[in-house]
Design a binder for this molecule. Structure first.
Ligand SMILES: [Zn+2]
Length: 397
């Protein structure tokens, strides 16, 4: 079967399961589950893929809601990445119901590639994206070691289809201060305020901002600031996200931020405890694979625009530094809506959202067909990644 026929058949395959895919997308949307608690969504997706002939390993990488579904066993191994976690309170305000079902649809349609060309088709269920960690753990456990190319689509509530986004390296940082309680009016001199240490940390970080590189970000929230105004707070806690445009700058900025906490601990007399969370690599969008994506999207009547430059992060970054990857965005709205919002959640189950599930599944599987049929293109994609690693001073385990 020639490549064009294969791609036409892939589109037919997606259309033949379109009702099932949209139904699943709505079911996941109506049952939002936060990071690492995606029990229903991961089960529904894994069950569905199993029903369609995939061999499914559940609880992959010791994460109960992760899975690896595979079909075929030869090279190259091409993986579609599924995400399905929601946001607290907001539900599917990032549209991961679309990501999960488009990946499953792509996998089912792409079985034909394995049958015709002898490739291995994988759908990898990745939990906990919103906490920027799921794929970091999965990469560490070797889940992506055999993967030759990783493809993920993400919906976006904007009128254009983005080729992808330059996204930042990031790291979570949990901080606690321990002071000493006392009556805030009767004997405040006997107390040591853990809240004061936290407030000073924010001030120090604000002074640091002038000296950080473009697109670096330091954002934090206080999760415990004391219990009562007449008690000197003995404990305070905060959660911070530190981001840099280049992987190579993240360690340096992390150290500077930690110094801000240390300074506050010294000046207030508090004890400092901190814990660094999973590290997320900056997203490396593979331009060789993106060209394939672009022409497949054009065949579906969607023009793909430029790379968006923002300072968000995704844990697909961790996958993108070990295997050629793409993470393009599909429009699900005629107007630009705020990210992580109720409006975005509504768009994730709209007509345009449903179309993104189907077009996403088709373009992902068509791109996989190109990769499996043109191994020299895959070799070029891998060569590009090698160069990128050097240029971007990429940290990877
Ligand atoms: Zn997202």
């Amino acid at each position: 079967m020639n490549l064009e026929t294969l791609k036409t058949r892939i589109q037919d395959n997606v259309d033949s399961v379109s009702k099932e895919l949209i139904g699943l997308s709505y079911r996941i949307h109506a049952n939002p589950e936060v990071s690492y608690k995606e029990e229903k969504a991961s089960k529904w997706l894994a069950d569905y893929l199993e029903e369609k002939g995939f061999k499914v390993e559940r609880g992959a990488a010791d994460l109960p809601t992760a899975f690896v579904a595979s079909y075929g066993k030869n090279k190259p191994a091409i993986a579609f990445l599924a995400e399905y976690d929601a946001l607290p309170e907001i539900g599917h305000g990032c549209g991961h119901n679309i990501i999960g079902t488009a990946a499953a649809g792509a996998g089912i349609a792409a079985k034909l590639i394995a049958d015709e060309l002898g490739a291995k088709i994988m759908v990898i269920g990745c939990p906990g994206e919103e906490l920027l960690g799921g794929k970091a753990f999965m990469v560490e456990k070797g889940i992506f070691d055999e993967v030759d190319a990783a493809l993920e689509m993400h919906p976006m509530a904007v009128p254009e289809n983005w080729a992808g986004a330059k996204m930042t390296a990031s790291s979570l940082l949990d901080v606690q201060f321990w002071g000493k309680p006392s009556h805030a009016a009767f004997d405040p001199w006997n107390g040591v305020s853990a809240l004061a240490a936290m407030i000073q940390s924010f001030v120090h970080i604000d002074s640091l901002r002038l000296h950080i590189k473009d697109r670096s970000r330091i954002a934090g929230v206080i999760t415990d600031g004391g219990k009562a105004p007449n008690v000197i707070p003995e404990h305070s806690a905060g959660r911070f996200l530190i981001r840099t445009a280049q992987d190579g700058d993240l360690d340096d900025l992390r150290e500077k931020v930690i110094k801000c906490f240390e300074a506050a601990a010294i000046s207030t007399g508090c004890q400092l405890e901190y814990h660094l969370g999973p590290r997320c690599n900056a997203m490396q969008n593979n331009s060789v694979l993106l060209e394939l994506w672009r022409s497949n999207m054009a065949a579906l009547g969607r023009q793909v625009g430029e790379m968006n430059i923002n300072s968000g992060s995704t844990d697909v970054g961790n996958v993108s530094v070990i295997t050629p990857s793409i993470h393009p965005f599909l429009s699900i709205s005629e107007e630009t809506l705020p990210g992580h919002s109720a409006q975005f959640a509504a768009a994730a189950v709209s007509k345009a959202g449903d179309k993104a599930v189907l077009d996403g599944a088709k373009a992902l599987a068509m791109t996989a067909a190109d990769i499996a049929a043109q191994l020299e293109t895959l070799a070029r994609a891998k060569e590009e990644l090698k160069e990128t690693r050097k240029r971007e001073r990429i940290f990877y385990a």
